[in-house]
Design a protein. Structure first.
Length: 401
């Protein structure tokens, strides 16, 4: 055997070991529901895509309802419901926790990954009781729900400390978990969201069909649920008069639905701008809608790492965001988009007018944003990083069951 061959043996051994088949891993995901939302969409897409990395996936829901159920049809992902009727802190909630724990133990899951507030509260204790080797809980937003404040926040922290890792989707959230909640830096991990780049390569051929009366007017789109004011609808509506004064044919396309839609429609009517606003409701053809628009905005009051912004940039739209949460990790001001302060209609109007007055700047920002998204936020990268996290936790906990 030559010296060169002997020297190559360790490298060869590493290659063989890295490609050796490993046991199929059983992972249980838990989300609140399958309604359309950033967290739910990411969980469903991860569940579908991680199958190919050697996982058997069961997706549990506190409520097995919502349009995202269709995304799972025809896949190998199994859906199960664990509905704590009356709340988590009721006898029914305790029953579901024990039922879930029994299910996890019986099915011998290797990993439990909870994706939102309510699934953290139910799933993490159930997984600990069941002796699951690897437990991942999540924090994906900086909202100010009751559980994120006061004494309840202390209990949430204690519950999430039972998991092997707390997964955040932005560095801003990670910093808050360490400085405000007292988690150790080693406990908190960051894996950014993914976006289906190919799905947002649609051309503009459908613009005339989707927006038959748009003409040459520029279309500004906001994709976000209308359950509250958190996505910034009131401030976009308030910014519209200043934009329409200079560009009367501009139209604002609002995609999404929720309890506050009526209030937003009344705000538009009070400003006399009904002709300039399109309320499209919840839509399944968001890629085609984005392809037909010219500018995208997300002037949120609070954010984690918003899917909408990733989708805007994947679709090649110049994007304006408020300077909150993880938005700054996605949008570099003046390079891949524009920043505005939250709840500032005047600044939002000025940013919109800047892009409308300078089409060359808008095109350059759109190109930069698209290239950045393709380079950094693919689902392939997301699956690879999540798989690495699971592997680390399983090795720390003694491996698969």
């Amino acid at each position: 055997m030559s010296d060169k061959t002997s020297a190559d043996l360790p490298a060869l051994r590493n290659v063989v070991q890295s490609h050796a088949p490993r046991p199929l891993r059983k992972v249980f995901y838990l989300v609140d529901s399958l309604n359309v939302g950033g967290t739910e969409s990411q969980a469903v897409e991860l569940a579908r895509r991680i199958l190919a990395a050697g996982y058997e996936v069961t997706l549990g829901c506190l409520r097995a309802e919502g349009p995202l159920l269709e995304r799972l049809q025809g896949s190998e992902v199994v859906v199960r419901e664990f509905h704590p009727m009356g709340g988590l802190d009721t006898p029914a909630g305790l029953y579901q926790l024990l039922r879930l724990s029994w299910f996890l133990r019986r099915e011998k899951f290797d990993i439990v990954h909870t994706h939102d507030l309510w699934s953290n509260l139910l799933g993490v204790p159930a997984a600990r009781l069941a002796g699951v080797p690897a437990i991942v809980s999540s924090r994906r937003d900086l909202a100010h729900l009751d559980w994120y404040q006061g004494k309840r926040r202390v209990w949430l922290r204690r519950i999430q400390n039972l998991s092997g890792a707390v997964l955040a989707n932005s560095n801003r959230i990670r910093d808050a978990l360490i400085t405000e909640d007292g988690f150790t830096p080693q406990k908190v991990r960051v894996i950014h969201n993914g976006v289906d780049i190919e799905k947002f390569r649609a051309g503009r051929e459908g613009r005339e069909h989707l927006f038959p009366r748009a003409g040459d007017g520029k279309l500004t789109v906001l994709v976000g649920n209308m359950h509250s004011e958190v996505k910034g609808h009131p401030w976009l509506i308030a910014a519209a008069p200043a934009v329409v004064r200079e560009f009367p044919s501009t139209r604002f396309v609002l995609v999404g639905d929720g309890e506050q839609r009526g209030a937003f429609e009344r705000q538009v009517a009070e400003l006399g701008l009904e002709r300039n606003f399109l309320f499209l409701g919840r839509r399944a053809n968001v890629p085609e809608i984005l392809a037909g628009c010219d500018i995208a905005v997300l002037p949120s009051r609070a954010e984690g790492l918003p899917n909408a912004v990733l989708e805007y940039m994947a679709a090649g739209l110049p994007t304006i965001v408020s300077r909150v949460g993880g938005n700054a990790e996605l949008v570099e001001d003046g390079v891949t988009g524009l920043h505005v302060p939250p709840e500032d209609s005047a600044a939002l109007a000025a940013a919109l007018l800047k892009l409308l007055h300078d089409p060359a700047l808008a095109r350059q920002i759109a190109q930069n944003g698209h290239e950045f998204t393709v380079r950094s936020f693919s689902f392939e990268r997301l699956v690879r990083q999540v798989d690495a996290l699971y592997t680390e936790l399983l090795q720390r906990g003694g491996g698969n069951r």
